[in-house]
Design a protein around this ligand. Structure first.
Ligand code: SF4
Length: 351
Protein backbone atom coordinates (compact mmCIF):
# COMPACT_ATOMS: atom_id res chain seq x y z
CA UNK A 1 0.00 0.00 0.00
CA UNK A 2 1.33 3.47 -0.88
CA UNK A 3 1.91 5.97 1.92
CA UNK A 4 0.46 9.48 1.42
CA UNK A 5 3.94 10.79 0.58
CA UNK A 6 4.12 8.39 -2.40
CA UNK A 7 1.03 9.83 -4.01
CA UNK A 8 1.29 13.08 -5.95
CA UNK A 9 -1.26 15.58 -4.65
CA UNK A 10 -3.97 16.69 -7.05
CA UNK A 11 -3.80 20.48 -7.14
CA UNK A 12 -6.94 22.13 -8.33
CA UNK A 13 -6.60 25.30 -10.31
CA UNK A 14 -7.00 28.08 -7.77
CA UNK A 15 -6.94 31.08 -10.12
CA UNK A 16 -9.94 31.92 -12.29
CA UNK A 17 -9.75 31.96 -16.05
CA UNK A 18 -9.38 35.42 -17.55
CA UNK A 19 -12.76 37.06 -18.02
CA UNK A 20 -14.02 36.93 -21.62
CA UNK A 21 -13.65 40.71 -21.95
CA UNK A 22 -9.98 40.63 -20.99
CA UNK A 23 -8.77 38.35 -23.77
CA UNK A 24 -8.81 38.10 -27.51
CA UNK A 25 -8.21 40.48 -30.35
CA UNK A 26 -9.03 44.00 -29.12
CA UNK A 27 -11.59 45.93 -31.08
CA UNK A 28 -9.10 48.20 -32.84
CA UNK A 29 -10.33 51.59 -34.07
CA UNK A 30 -9.93 52.26 -37.82
CA UNK A 31 -6.22 52.66 -38.56
CA UNK A 32 -5.16 51.79 -34.99
CA UNK A 33 -3.81 48.33 -35.83
CA UNK A 34 -1.54 49.71 -38.59
CA UNK A 35 -0.42 52.60 -36.37
CA UNK A 36 0.45 50.21 -33.50
CA UNK A 37 2.36 47.85 -35.78
CA UNK A 38 4.47 50.75 -37.10
CA UNK A 39 5.07 52.15 -33.61
CA UNK A 40 6.09 48.74 -32.21
CA UNK A 41 8.58 48.19 -35.03
CA UNK A 42 10.15 51.63 -34.37
CA UNK A 43 10.26 51.14 -30.61
CA UNK A 44 11.89 47.71 -30.87
CA UNK A 45 14.72 49.31 -32.82
CA UNK A 46 15.03 52.41 -30.59
CA UNK A 47 15.15 50.37 -27.38
CA UNK A 48 17.56 47.70 -28.67
CA UNK A 49 14.80 45.19 -28.00
CA UNK A 50 13.79 41.97 -29.72
CA UNK A 51 10.37 40.31 -29.77
CA UNK A 52 10.26 36.64 -28.77
CA UNK A 53 6.76 35.29 -29.42
CA UNK A 54 5.17 31.89 -28.84
CA UNK A 55 3.34 30.02 -31.61
CA UNK A 56 0.06 30.39 -29.70
CA UNK A 57 0.04 34.21 -29.67
CA UNK A 58 -1.92 36.53 -31.93
CA UNK A 59 -0.96 36.47 -35.64
CA UNK A 60 -0.06 40.18 -35.59
CA UNK A 61 2.54 39.59 -32.90
CA UNK A 62 3.98 36.62 -34.77
CA UNK A 63 4.15 38.72 -37.94
CA UNK A 64 6.02 41.55 -36.14
CA UNK A 65 8.48 39.11 -34.54
CA UNK A 66 9.24 37.65 -37.97
CA UNK A 67 9.54 41.06 -39.63
CA UNK A 68 11.88 42.60 -37.04
CA UNK A 69 14.49 39.87 -36.55
CA UNK A 70 12.79 38.33 -33.52
CA UNK A 71 11.46 34.81 -33.39
CA UNK A 72 8.23 32.82 -33.24
CA UNK A 73 8.95 29.53 -31.54
CA UNK A 74 8.14 26.93 -28.90
CA UNK A 75 9.26 27.55 -25.34
CA UNK A 76 12.61 25.78 -25.82
CA UNK A 77 13.54 27.81 -28.88
CA UNK A 78 12.26 31.01 -27.24
CA UNK A 79 14.69 30.38 -24.37
CA UNK A 80 17.59 29.55 -26.67
CA UNK A 81 16.96 32.50 -28.99
CA UNK A 82 16.83 35.02 -26.13
CA UNK A 83 20.03 33.55 -24.76
CA UNK A 84 22.08 34.06 -27.92
CA UNK A 85 20.53 37.29 -29.28
CA UNK A 86 22.60 40.46 -28.61
CA UNK A 87 19.60 42.73 -27.81
CA UNK A 88 19.68 44.17 -24.28
CA UNK A 89 15.89 43.90 -23.88
CA UNK A 90 13.84 40.77 -24.55
CA UNK A 91 10.11 41.32 -25.01
CA UNK A 92 8.48 37.95 -24.39
CA UNK A 93 4.96 37.50 -25.78
CA UNK A 94 3.56 34.40 -24.17
CA UNK A 95 2.73 33.41 -20.60
CA UNK A 96 4.50 34.25 -17.35
CA UNK A 97 6.80 31.24 -17.06
CA UNK A 98 8.26 32.08 -20.49
CA UNK A 99 9.28 35.55 -19.30
CA UNK A 100 10.74 34.04 -16.14
CA UNK A 101 12.70 31.45 -18.12
CA UNK A 102 14.12 34.23 -20.29
CA UNK A 103 15.17 36.15 -17.16
CA UNK A 104 16.69 33.03 -15.52
CA UNK A 105 18.85 32.44 -18.59
CA UNK A 106 19.64 36.13 -19.08
CA UNK A 107 19.84 37.80 -15.67
CA UNK A 108 21.77 40.73 -17.14
CA UNK A 109 19.06 41.54 -19.72
CA UNK A 110 15.83 43.44 -19.27
CA UNK A 111 12.86 41.14 -19.85
CA UNK A 112 9.46 42.72 -20.50
CA UNK A 113 6.08 41.08 -21.12
CA UNK A 114 2.97 42.65 -22.72
CA UNK A 115 0.93 41.36 -19.76
CA UNK A 116 1.81 39.92 -16.36
CA UNK A 117 -1.64 38.39 -16.02
CA UNK A 118 -1.01 35.63 -18.56
CA UNK A 119 -0.76 32.44 -16.52
CA UNK A 120 -0.63 28.75 -17.43
CA UNK A 121 -2.74 26.05 -15.78
CA UNK A 122 0.31 23.78 -15.51
CA UNK A 123 2.28 26.45 -13.65
CA UNK A 124 -0.73 27.25 -11.42
CA UNK A 125 -1.23 23.55 -10.79
CA UNK A 126 2.28 23.12 -9.35
CA UNK A 127 2.67 25.62 -6.48
CA UNK A 128 6.13 25.53 -4.84
CA UNK A 129 4.75 25.26 -1.29
CA UNK A 130 3.20 21.88 -2.22
CA UNK A 131 5.77 20.74 -4.74
CA UNK A 132 8.96 21.26 -2.71
CA UNK A 133 7.83 19.12 0.28
CA UNK A 134 6.71 16.45 -2.18
CA UNK A 135 10.20 16.38 -3.72
CA UNK A 136 11.74 16.30 -0.24
CA UNK A 137 9.66 13.22 0.52
CA UNK A 138 11.25 11.45 -2.46
CA UNK A 139 14.98 12.10 -2.13
CA UNK A 140 15.82 9.03 -4.24
CA UNK A 141 14.21 10.53 -7.36
CA UNK A 142 15.69 12.90 -9.94
CA UNK A 143 13.32 15.86 -10.26
CA UNK A 144 12.43 16.67 -13.88
CA UNK A 145 10.07 19.58 -14.46
CA UNK A 146 8.46 20.85 -17.58
CA UNK A 147 9.36 24.43 -18.56
CA UNK A 148 5.75 25.40 -17.71
CA UNK A 149 6.60 26.03 -14.05
CA UNK A 150 7.54 29.03 -11.92
CA UNK A 151 11.13 29.93 -11.04
CA UNK A 152 10.86 28.50 -7.49
CA UNK A 153 9.81 25.10 -8.86
CA UNK A 154 12.64 25.16 -11.41
CA UNK A 155 15.00 26.02 -8.54
CA UNK A 156 14.03 22.76 -6.78
CA UNK A 157 14.45 20.70 -9.96
CA UNK A 158 17.43 18.77 -11.26
CA UNK A 159 16.32 19.17 -14.87
CA UNK A 160 14.02 21.44 -16.85
CA UNK A 161 12.64 20.04 -20.13
CA UNK A 162 10.20 21.05 -22.86
CA UNK A 163 7.96 18.72 -24.84
CA UNK A 164 10.48 18.64 -27.69
CA UNK A 165 13.20 17.01 -25.57
CA UNK A 166 11.27 15.35 -22.71
CA UNK A 167 11.54 11.83 -24.15
CA UNK A 168 15.25 12.16 -24.91
CA UNK A 169 16.13 13.54 -21.47
CA UNK A 170 14.13 10.86 -19.63
CA UNK A 171 15.70 8.13 -21.79
CA UNK A 172 19.12 9.53 -20.95
CA UNK A 173 18.34 9.51 -17.20
CA UNK A 174 16.74 6.07 -17.36
CA UNK A 175 19.84 4.69 -19.07
CA UNK A 176 21.83 5.91 -16.05
CA UNK A 177 19.47 4.01 -13.72
CA UNK A 178 17.74 7.11 -12.32
CA UNK A 179 14.19 7.10 -10.97
CA UNK A 180 12.24 10.20 -11.88
CA UNK A 181 9.80 12.55 -10.20
CA UNK A 182 8.00 14.32 -13.06
CA UNK A 183 5.95 17.52 -12.89
CA UNK A 184 3.59 19.08 -13.63
CA UNK A 185 1.75 17.74 -16.74
CA UNK A 186 0.27 14.31 -16.03
CA UNK A 187 -0.60 13.62 -19.69
CA UNK A 188 2.84 14.46 -21.04
CA UNK A 189 4.36 12.56 -18.10
CA UNK A 190 2.22 9.54 -18.87
CA UNK A 191 3.18 9.71 -22.55
CA UNK A 192 6.91 9.94 -21.74
CA UNK A 193 6.59 7.07 -19.25
CA UNK A 194 4.93 4.83 -21.83
CA UNK A 195 7.43 5.68 -24.57
CA UNK A 196 10.55 5.28 -22.43
CA UNK A 197 9.45 2.66 -19.87
CA UNK A 198 11.25 4.75 -17.20
CA UNK A 199 10.34 4.62 -13.50
CA UNK A 200 8.36 7.89 -13.18
CA UNK A 201 6.24 9.31 -10.39
CA UNK A 202 3.84 11.85 -11.94
CA UNK A 203 2.51 15.13 -10.56
CA UNK A 204 -1.13 15.59 -11.56
CA UNK A 205 -1.61 18.99 -13.24
CA UNK A 206 -2.88 19.46 -16.79
CA UNK A 207 -3.18 21.97 -19.62
CA UNK A 208 -6.70 23.34 -19.94
CA UNK A 209 -6.38 23.60 -23.71
CA UNK A 210 -5.03 20.16 -24.54
CA UNK A 211 -7.02 18.16 -21.99
CA UNK A 212 -10.22 19.34 -23.74
CA UNK A 213 -9.53 17.51 -26.96
CA UNK A 214 -12.03 14.69 -27.28
CA UNK A 215 -11.01 11.29 -28.63
CA UNK A 216 -14.49 10.16 -29.69
CA UNK A 217 -15.22 13.29 -31.75
CA UNK A 218 -11.70 13.20 -33.19
CA UNK A 219 -12.23 9.62 -34.33
CA UNK A 220 -15.45 10.62 -36.13
CA UNK A 221 -13.70 13.57 -37.81
CA UNK A 222 -10.74 11.40 -38.84
CA UNK A 223 -13.17 8.88 -40.40
CA UNK A 224 -14.82 11.72 -42.36
CA UNK A 225 -11.41 12.76 -43.70
CA UNK A 226 -9.44 9.52 -44.12
CA UNK A 227 -6.77 11.35 -46.13
CA UNK A 228 -5.98 13.66 -43.19
CA UNK A 229 -2.99 13.14 -40.90
CA UNK A 230 -3.74 13.66 -37.20
CA UNK A 231 -1.15 15.81 -35.40
CA UNK A 232 -1.30 15.77 -31.60
CA UNK A 233 0.60 17.61 -28.87
CA UNK A 234 1.56 15.23 -26.03
CA UNK A 235 -0.15 17.40 -23.38
CA UNK A 236 -3.38 15.83 -24.72
CA UNK A 237 -5.13 12.88 -23.03
CA UNK A 238 -3.89 9.37 -23.80
CA UNK A 239 -7.00 8.45 -25.84
CA UNK A 240 -6.35 11.44 -28.14
CA UNK A 241 -2.64 10.63 -28.44
CA UNK A 242 -3.60 7.07 -29.40
CA UNK A 243 -5.31 8.44 -32.55
CA UNK A 244 -2.29 10.47 -33.69
CA UNK A 245 -0.20 9.95 -36.79
CA UNK A 246 2.40 12.27 -35.27
CA UNK A 247 2.88 13.18 -31.59
CA UNK A 248 5.22 16.08 -30.96
CA UNK A 249 6.04 19.54 -29.69
CA UNK A 250 4.71 22.56 -31.58
CA UNK A 251 7.88 22.80 -33.67
CA UNK A 252 7.78 19.07 -34.44
CA UNK A 253 4.11 19.35 -35.51
CA UNK A 254 4.89 22.27 -37.84
CA UNK A 255 7.70 20.21 -39.37
CA UNK A 256 5.30 17.29 -39.83
CA UNK A 257 2.82 19.57 -41.62
CA UNK A 258 5.59 20.59 -44.01
CA UNK A 259 7.12 17.18 -44.66
CA UNK A 260 4.24 14.68 -44.65
CA UNK A 261 2.68 14.03 -48.06
CA UNK A 262 -0.91 14.55 -46.78
CA UNK A 263 -2.83 17.57 -48.09
CA UNK A 264 -5.07 17.81 -45.03
CA UNK A 265 -4.34 17.80 -41.28
CA UNK A 266 -6.39 17.56 -38.10
CA UNK A 267 -4.46 19.38 -35.40
CA UNK A 268 -4.82 18.85 -31.64
CA UNK A 269 -3.03 21.85 -30.18
CA UNK A 270 -3.72 25.57 -29.76
CA UNK A 271 -5.03 26.99 -33.05
CA UNK A 272 -2.54 29.89 -32.87
CA UNK A 273 -0.14 27.40 -34.47
CA UNK A 274 -2.07 27.62 -37.78
CA UNK A 275 -0.31 30.90 -38.64
CA UNK A 276 3.06 29.13 -38.86
CA UNK A 277 1.63 25.91 -40.29
CA UNK A 278 0.09 27.84 -43.19
CA UNK A 279 3.42 29.57 -43.78
CA UNK A 280 5.24 26.22 -43.72
CA UNK A 281 2.72 24.51 -46.05
CA UNK A 282 0.62 27.18 -47.82
CA UNK A 283 -1.21 24.75 -50.11
CA UNK A 284 -2.38 22.42 -47.32
CA UNK A 285 -5.58 22.46 -45.24
CA UNK A 286 -5.58 22.56 -41.42
CA UNK A 287 -8.54 21.68 -39.23
CA UNK A 288 -8.95 22.02 -35.48
CA UNK A 289 -9.38 18.77 -33.57
CA UNK A 290 -12.70 18.76 -31.67
CA UNK A 291 -12.45 20.07 -28.12
CA UNK A 292 -15.33 20.42 -25.64
CA UNK A 293 -17.86 19.25 -28.21
CA UNK A 294 -20.73 20.84 -30.02
CA UNK A 295 -22.93 22.95 -27.79
CA UNK A 296 -20.76 22.37 -24.73
CA UNK A 297 -19.41 25.24 -22.69
CA UNK A 298 -15.75 25.47 -23.47
CA UNK A 299 -13.17 27.34 -21.44
CA UNK A 300 -10.43 27.07 -24.01
CA UNK A 301 -11.87 25.92 -27.38
CA UNK A 302 -8.42 25.11 -28.77
CA UNK A 303 -7.05 28.50 -27.85
CA UNK A 304 -5.28 29.37 -24.61
CA UNK A 305 -7.11 32.25 -22.87
CA UNK A 306 -3.87 33.44 -21.29
CA UNK A 307 -1.89 33.47 -24.53
CA UNK A 308 -4.75 35.49 -26.01
CA UNK A 309 -4.09 38.29 -23.49
CA UNK A 310 -1.07 39.43 -25.52
CA UNK A 311 -2.03 42.03 -28.11
CA UNK A 312 -0.71 45.04 -30.04
CA UNK A 313 -1.95 47.55 -27.47
CA UNK A 314 -0.23 46.06 -24.44
CA UNK A 315 2.89 45.26 -26.48
CA UNK A 316 3.19 48.91 -27.58
CA UNK A 317 2.51 50.06 -24.01
CA UNK A 318 5.38 48.07 -22.43
CA UNK A 319 7.77 49.26 -25.10
CA UNK A 320 6.76 52.89 -24.49
CA UNK A 321 6.93 52.70 -20.69
CA UNK A 322 9.24 49.80 -19.77
CA UNK A 323 6.45 48.48 -17.55
CA UNK A 324 5.89 44.78 -16.81
CA UNK A 325 9.53 43.96 -16.23
CA UNK A 326 10.20 40.41 -15.03
CA UNK A 327 12.26 39.97 -11.88
CA UNK A 328 13.45 36.66 -10.43
CA UNK A 329 14.94 36.79 -6.90
CA UNK A 330 18.73 36.27 -7.07
CA UNK A 331 19.12 33.00 -5.15
CA UNK A 332 16.08 31.37 -6.80
CA UNK A 333 17.33 32.56 -10.18
CA UNK A 334 20.76 31.03 -9.63
CA UNK A 335 19.34 27.66 -8.59
CA UNK A 336 16.76 27.69 -11.40
CA UNK A 337 19.52 28.47 -13.89
CA UNK A 338 21.35 25.24 -13.03
CA UNK A 339 18.41 23.05 -14.11
CA UNK A 340 17.42 25.30 -17.02
CA UNK A 341 20.96 25.51 -18.38
CA UNK A 342 21.07 21.70 -18.36
CA UNK A 343 18.16 21.75 -20.82
CA UNK A 344 19.97 24.17 -23.14
CA UNK A 345 23.23 22.20 -22.87
CA UNK A 346 21.41 18.91 -23.51
CA UNK A 347 20.06 20.27 -26.80
CA UNK A 348 23.54 21.47 -27.70
CA UNK A 349 24.82 17.90 -27.16
CA UNK A 350 26.73 18.76 -23.97
CA UNK A 351 25.79 15.81 -21.73
S1 SF4 B 1 -1.81 26.24 -23.85
FE1 SF4 B 1 -1.85 25.06 -21.91
S2 SF4 B 1 0.32 24.67 -21.47
FE2 SF4 B 1 0.25 26.37 -22.97
S3 SF4 B 1 0.23 28.23 -21.73
FE3 SF4 B 1 -1.93 27.74 -22.14
S4 SF4 B 1 -2.54 26.53 -20.34
FE4 SF4 B 1 -0.30 26.53 -20.35
Amino acid sequence: MSSPADLPPVILRDAPFPSPGSVGHPDYKPGEREQLIGEIKDLLQQKNAVLVAHYYTDEDLQMIADATGGTVADSLEMARFGNRHPATTLVVAGVRFMGETAKILNPEKTVLMPTLQAECSLDLGCPPDKFIPFCDAHPDRTVVVYANTCAAVKARADWVVTSSIAVDVVRHLDAHGEKILWAPDRYLGDYVKRVTGANMLLWQASCIVHERFKAEALEILARQYPDAAVLVHPESPQAVIALADVVGSTTQLINAARTLPNRRFIVATDNGIFYKMKQAAPDKVFMEAPSAGEGATCESCAHCPWMAMNNLRNLAEVLRTGRNEIHVPGEIGKRALRATQRMVDFVAGKH
